[in-house]
Design a protein around this ligand. Structure first.
Ligand code: C2O
Ligand code: CU
Length: 474
């Protein structure tokens, strides 16, 4: 057990304080806003991440909370979200995973001019797909996301999914000092060429988790969102068998994860359905064991002593209704290769990055740094309406969750082996040396970012523009 050191201290304190008592603190429910019209004020604030008000952390917030409000909208109906910038620097909002028009995508200089301090921007789009999405800035992303700007965006299915309850876990990772404040120094060049800025405190919905209360035999849908800057997670539910029903918001064939581990790189989402088969009054840990020798208990499922809600757990798995995704024509698809390069090797030398200036990473030999800006040349061009297979090859010694804006793609195979369960994604995880083929229909015109979602990697060169359709500009 390591990494979550502040978490561990706190947990120990809680355990001694609560000795003998069976009551467990509930996760604080996040403000949740349902409807098609929303207003979000972006501003500094205070967040009791560790649960202790006198050690509250100075953060940047959407609507006063960390994470921001969970926005719940209806599939296929227009949404309008007014974003007012109360920071003293430019910002934008990217609606991660939503297939929307380029002008609403939140990339500064490409989708829109940045929202200046004191100004506002109205985002308007109609979400075609139901599912678990999220929102975050695309300007000074390292610091703005690292200081707390993130929130869940839930597009609801047209008819309710038959579960007893639904939970949203927006998981964030913080690098805190012992006094509870955020450690400075975003954009450390050494970290940027390695694992990125991994923190020491992991929160669910803005607090150090003390346990999630559940009832026996309940069927619960949990929407897992990795909203961390750089931390990769592999979650295991002790003595439970979560069934994956959606990946990155897109429904898949229901299946249990390999080895029971739910792999979540930054920006990735997984919806699971968990049948609560534990014993009343017992507690079961949810472990994160992604990093070797750094396993820690993220939270616990804490069973009420009340009798189960039904005699036996449900067994029939849930299949979510399909989204209207364009099916790529694999026979006619054109193939494009994108090779991820750079980063630090074991010995400390940079790989194949001679003459790359400030960048630590590249795609096909080109490095785009920062958050997106005007005049970025497209790395590749795609004909509107055509199907493509992107062959992504990771030539680096580090894993990368690669995100494509404006589209969802079908994940075809890994190192040549077919990927089962009909999985679509907008952010696909590549292990070192791995090759992953994905396919998509280039049906959304615009200049779309394609980048690693380990934010330090993105801003240090692991980013490109893919142009769909004619010319966006020039
Ligand atoms: Cu969630 Cu360009 O990213
Ligand atoms: Cu990366």
């Amino acid at each position: 057990m390591g990494t979550n050191h502040i978490g561990l201290l706190k947990r120990r304190a809680l355990l001694s304080a609560g000795a003998g008592a069976a009551i467990v603190g509930l996760q604080r429910p996040r403000p949740s806003q349902a409807g098609q019209r929303h207003q979000i004020h972006v501003a500094p604030g205070l967040a009791p991440l560790t649960g202790e008000r006198r050690r509250a952390t100075d953060v940047w917030t959407y609507g006063g909370s960390v994470p921001g409000p969970t926005l719940r909208v209806r599939q296929g109906e227009p949404v309008s979200i007014v974003v007012e910038n109360g920071l003293d620097q430019d910002t934008t909002v990217h609606w991660h995973g939503i297939r929307l028009p380029i002008g609403m995508d939140g990339v500064p200089g490409i989708s829109q001019p940045p929202i200046r301090p004191g100004e506002r921007f109205v985002y308007e789009f109609t979400p075609p797909d139901a599912g678990t999405f999220w929102y975050h800035p695309h300007a000074n992303t390292l610091e703005q996301l690292g200081r707390g700007l993130a929130g869940a965006l839930i597009v609801e299915e047209r008819s309710p999914v038959p579960v007893d309850r639904e939970l949203v876990w927006t998981i964030m990772d913080w690098r805190l000092r012992p006094d509870g404040q955020i450690t400075r120094g975003f954009g450390n060049r050494m970290e940027a060429a390695m694992s990125g800025r991994i923190g020491n405190t992991v929160t669910i919905n803005g607090v150090l988790p003390t346990g999630e209360r559940v009832r026996g035999s309940e069927r619960v849908r949990i929407r897992l969102i990795n909203a961390a800057l750089a931390r990769i997670m592999a979650l295991r539910f002790e003595d439970h068998r979560p069934v994956i029903v959606a990946v990155d918001g897109q429904p898949c064939d229901p299946h249990e994860p390999k080895d029971g581990r739910l792999l979540l790189g930054p920006a990735m989402r997984i919806d699971v359905v968990v049948d609560m088969q534990g014993k009343p009054g017992h507690r079961y840990r949810v472990m994160d064991d992604y990093y070797e020798a750094r396993e820690y208990s993220l939270t616990e499922l804490s069973y009420e002593s009340a009798p189960p809600v039904r005699e036996r757990s449900l067994e029939e798995p849930i299949r979510l209704p399909p989204n209207p995704l364009p099916e790529p024509d694999l026979k006619a698809a054109e193939r494009r290769q994108l090779v991820l390069q750079g980063g630090m090797m074991g010995g400390g030398e940079m790989m194949g990055m001679r003459g790359m200036g400030n960048a630590a990473w590249a795609i096909n030999g080109m490095s785009m740094t920062g958050d997106g800006h005007a005049g970025m040349d497209p790395l590749a061009k795609f004909e509107l309406g055509r199907s493509y297979v992107l062959s992504l090859r990771n030539d680096t010694a580090w894993p990368h969750p690669m995100h494509l804006h404006g589209h969802s793609f079908r994940v075809l195979n890994r190192n040549g082996a077919p990927v089962p369960f009909n999985q679509w994604a907008d952010t696909v995880f590549l292990d070192p040396r791995e090759t992953v083929d994905v396919a998509f229909v280039a049906d959304n015109p615009g200049d779309w970012m394609f980048h690693c979602h380990i934010t330090d990697h993105q801003t240090a060169g692991l980013m490109a523009v893919l142009r769909v359709g004619g010319t966006a500009k020039g």
